[in-house]
Design a protein around this ligand. Sequence first.
Ligand code: EPU
Length: 306
Amino acid sequence: MKQIEMNKELREIFSQPSFRGRVRFNEPMRLHTSLRIGGPADVFVIPDDISSLRHIIRTAKELKALLIPLGGGSNILVKDKGIHGIVVSLRAFKSLGVEDETTISVDAGLPIQRLIAFSKNKGLTGIEGLVGIPGTVGGAIAGNSGAFGYEIKDVLLDLSLINKRGDIALYDVGDIDLGYRETHLPEGSIIVSAGVRLKKDDPVDVSKRIEGFFAERKKTQPIGERSAGCVFKNPKGEKAGRLIELASCKGMRVGDIEISRVHGNFFINRAKGTAEQFLKLMDMVALRVRRRFGIVLEPEIRIIGC
Ligand code: EPU
């Protein structure tokens, strides 16, 4: 379907009273990514409730349009020509419900740091290492975020997913394949919420660990800069940041994208960097590391768009 026709049809659908939420056309994705990079998405939707989200999913299927769920935008690189399709932001889904002393139900759009703060306040252990990770619970689950030996998968009980027909199903975490920085969800499905189980612990100990990991992160990573976190996965038995440093790549720059001098696996957007520059720098680094060590670096960030 032609873009103009699709937009017209979507405008009609989204103006129905049964749809609750906000819709923007031709929305620059740089406004929604931690890198501040990314061309326009044809359509950017923020549904307010599940039935509106289901509506969007079904509409995308009918129109055969690409549908991309967006969490905090902190682990993605959106290309400069943008996204030819519908981006759906889950930011309105952000409740945290307490089921019992250690079991919590969290919506996909809840910032992951809200869950860490909750665990700190209640003296619950299991996710301390995730302190300082930006983004949402849904995004953290979709990429099985981890740090300091902790991974989100270790505290998950179950996931509520919406499939591409708009139906919701509950999956036991054992039925989902979660690996190092990757989660294999049933094709086309979107995470809407998750059950999390933590363990009771001494609140002072939990706090100390959280503060310790945060201090370590501040020391070793360029937090506060415009980045998408680690660009490459750590190869088996190696550390991408170390290899990048040994290949003398720190400080290398293409346009406004620069490799951090604090941590080699972080690329910083210094001003008006583009996805093209970012991808060029990734290629240059990967080539240098491959030539020097014979190791192929694989992207950790998700690269999306045209
Ligand atoms: N190192 C260097 N030079 C550098 C960076 C690191 O020599 O520029 C060395 C360090 O000295 C250390 C080793 O490499 O000996 C590992 O470094 P670090 O402890 O910083 O951890 P990492 O393996 O580079 C991983 C995750 C991070 C996570 C940290 C903390 C990946 C790709 N990265 O980094 O996750 O925060 O551990 O546990 O798995 C992310 O996923 O976006 C991310 C940043």
